[in-house]
Write a protein that binds this ligand. Structure first.
Ligand code: NAD
Ligand code: TYD
Length: 346
């Protein structure tokens, strides 16, 4: 790896924890993980690497410039990988404020501290959702317009524009990646795939918004992490790279694949009220990152089998989350969609 000392923000979340684990295993880089430990941050996600001498954890907020400044200087950080974000579309619809604070102001603070310290590479982890919904057969390339459909995606697109401006104005070496929907180990059960697995394994109904024919492109998290390492090494300053697989599936197809992998034959799909402003289709053109030499290694089906196996083997991890803040969130979110306290086994 070209860089010696990485600041990874949001490393106690889903993708960040997978990225840290992989980077420690594959490179000689030292990693500092800065995480606020919001409801989505979980130290259990990095428990197995806590004792690694190349790794350290700092509990803190990317919006706190003094903390960011101190870390960059004390650890001689030469590369920042920013995963830290509020990430759930439904929560952004309920309350956009924390999305603006972390996903926009937090990025501005990170950029300013990094620029003043001459950090050599800044990787902003963005999303394909910034392009908004695509028409059938269309794949957004990196020049497609930003047509955000949710407060979440609007906050991510704002950060992308700030990054672009810091490149243009100060030649600060920013690279942006826009990946599709990730799945795999350590994903919080508020998101579709782990939500469906946890409910199915408990014999509970799975809430499907609207007709369930909305489509996403699905990316196994390990393939995503490999793509990020490729961009860190080979990406060109100021550029944007889409990361996607072409594994487009409707939500109903995803759930049926999961049920098949669990061996559950019961009909558990429960259609509920649709998400407001729900984007029908996300799809990207990934030709540019292919030219850097990256290709996904997992088929969609293999990723699903591996993911189901991981959640089966990690019931205690899931139980801990389901019994905390999330139980109140779930009751409120889904009872409102239903109108009554339903969505239980019977
Ligand atoms: P996640 O919700 O699992 O984790 C986010 C992490 O960021 C948590 O550990 C949380 O504690 C931390 N965090 C939040 N606010 C913070 C702050 N102010 N300071 C420091 N830490 C803070 O998210 P994820 O699914 O791992 O997503 C990681 C990144 O990838 C995000 O930027 C997200 O927008 C992007 N992304 C995710 C997906 C996906 O499918 N999960 C798809 C496209 C893009
Ligand atoms: P999600 O995992 O929230 O990711 P995103 O909205 O960022 O794509 O949702 C994936 C798809 O699954 C999306 O079309 C919304 C749908 N969905 C449901 O149908 N039911 C649910 O309970 C959730 C959380 C999502």
């Amino acid at each position: 790896m070209k860089y010696n000392s990485l600041l990874v923000t949001g490393g106690c979340g889903f993708i960040g924890s997978n990225f840290i684990r992989r980077t420690l295993a594959q490179t000689n880089a030292r990693i500092v993980n800065l995480d606020k430990l919001t409801y989505a941050g979980n130290t259990a996600n990095v428990a197995d690497i806590a004792g690694n001498p190349s790794y350290s954890f700092i509990h803190g907020d990317i919006c706190d410039g003094r903390t960011v400044h101190a870390i960059i200087h004390e650890h001689a950080i030469d590369c920042i990988v920013n995963f830290a974000a509020e990430t759930h579309v439904d929560r952004s619809i309920a309350n956009a404020a924390p999305f603006i604070a972390t996903n926009i102001s937090g990025v501005q603070i990170l950029l300013d501290e990094a620029r003043r310290a001459n950090v050599k590479r800044f990787l902003q982890i963005s999303t394909d959702e910034v392009y908004g919904s695509q028409h059938d057969g269309e794949n957004a390339d990196e020049f497609a317009p930003l047509q955000c459909g949710s407060p979440y995606s609007a906050s991510k697109a704002s950060a992308d524009l700030l990054c672009r401006a810091y490149w243009k104005t100060y030649q600060f070496p920013v690279v942006i990646t826009r990946c599709t929907n990730n799945f795999g180990p350590f994903q919080h059960p508020e998101k579709l795939i782990p939500l469906a697995i946890s409910r199915a394994l408990a014999g509970n109904e799975i809430p499907v918004y609207g007709d369930g024919l909305q489509r996403r492109d699905w990316l196994y998290v390990e393939d995503h992490c490999e793509a990020l390492l490729t961009v860190i090494e080979k990406g060109i300053d100021g550029e944007v790279y889409n990361i996607g697989t072409g594994y487009q599936r409707t939500n109903v197809e995803v759930i049926n694949s999961l049920l098949h992998a669990t061996g559950i034959t019961a009909q558990l799909i429960r259609h509920v009220q649709d998400r407001p402003g729900h984007d029908r289709l996300y799809a990207v053109d990934a030709a540019k990152i292919h030219r850097l030499g990256w290709r996904q290694k997992h088929s969609f089906e293999q990723g699903i089998v591996d993911t189901v196996a991981w959640y089966r083997a990690n019931g205690a991890w899931m139980k801990e989350i389901l019994s905390g803040e999330y139980s109140q969130y779930f009751a409120k979110q889904y009872n409102e969609l239903q109108g009554h306290g339903v969505l239980e086994k019977d």
